[in-house]
Ligand binder design. Structure first.
Ligand code: HEC
Ligand code: HEC
Ligand code: HEC
Ligand code: HEC
Length: 152
């Protein structure tokens, strides 16, 4: 019987990966991280361009079609298109910028556990930066990501 249930769950998880893994972390926004990591939060807010990345697209929004604007969200907001990620400025203002979690991964489990270090990405790899800092961007902005810049 248990096997039947397990394989049913496994089959279900193929179609609804987020549902069966109820423990899967979702995005909470940088301000929530700042409750406990005030130093990192302060320097991120003061120095990282990511802290105002939504403004960068808002400035150009008038010149963009709604479809083009949505394309910007993937890199200029936190978790767009992923469980608990950015939806719109009205619905999820706390995820409007490219926040802590674009590097450290979704943080709800880490936060709810009171800071269990196993439940957050400690050392984001350079590989993970390339999702947004891709070849095309690197060329057009003349930018090569440095591991410790742009964070805190
Ligand atoms: C309730 C307080 C709390 C909140 C909120 C919180 N953290 Fe933490 N965090 C901690 C504590 C405590 C540690 C230290 C754990 C340890 O050293 O065992 C920690 C450690 C970390 C580490 C280092 C992990 C390691 O392996 O040393 C990172 C990275 C981190 N937090 C990122 C975040 C991010 C990103 C957020 C927001 C999504 C966040 N934290 C929210 C309490 C918190
Ligand atoms: C979800 C997309 C995304 C990921 C992942 C990402 N970045 Fe960024 N990053 C951005 C955006 C967007 C900007 C530009 C913000 C603006 O100016 O509007 C930026 C800006 C920067 C800058 C410019 C300088 C500054 O002061 O902010 C640096 C450096 C940087 N990122 C480093 C990194 C590194 C290192 C990683 C990986 C550990 C990383 N980024 C991962 C989206 C991302
Ligand atoms: C694939 C990820 C990605 C997408 C999609 C994306 N951006 Fe960016 N954008 C970046 C990164 C990374 C940077 C930072 C590059 C750097 O600092 O060298 C950036 C920088 C910028 C900047 C410059 C900010 C500054 O301070 O110099 C503007 C403006 C901008 N993006 C607007 C947009 C708009 C508008 C869209 C949608 C049409 C968009 N971006 C889509 C990743 C992206
Ligand atoms: C651009 C990617 C990036 C962003 C954005 C970012 N971090 Fe980090 N963070 C890193 C990297 C890389 C390390 C590892 C640094 C090391 O090992 O020395 C790190 C380390 C940490 C640590 C471990 C202690 C330390 O300072 O080394 C904490 C806590 C932390 N980050 C919290 C945060 C919080 C809170 C935010 C948002 C306010 C944030 N980070 C935003 C890349 C990022």
């Amino acid at each position: 019987m248990q096997n039947v249930i397990l394989s049913a769950l496994a089959a279900l998880s193929l179609f609804f990966p987020g549902i069966v893994l109820a423990e899967e972390a979702i995005f909470v926004g940088s301000k929530a991280c700042g409750e406990c990591h005030s130093d990192q939060f302060k320097s991120y807010n003061s120095y990282a361009k990511k802290a105002s990345s939504y403004k960068s697209i808002k400035i150009l929004a008038d010149k963009l079609t709604p479809l083009e604007l949505v394309e910007c969200y993937g890199c200029h907001t936190t978790g767009y298109g992923r469980p608990g990620g950015f939806v719109s400025i009205e619905k999820t203002p706390e995820l409007a910028n490219s926040g802590c979690e674009v590097c450290h991964g979704p943080g709800s489990s880490h936060v709810n556990s009171g800071g269990d270090a196993k439940l957050i990405v400690r050392n984001p790899t350079l590989e993970s930066c390339k999702v947004c800092h891709n070849e095309e961007r690197v060329r057009s902005f003349g930018f090569k990501p440095l591991k410790y810049a742009g964070a805190h």
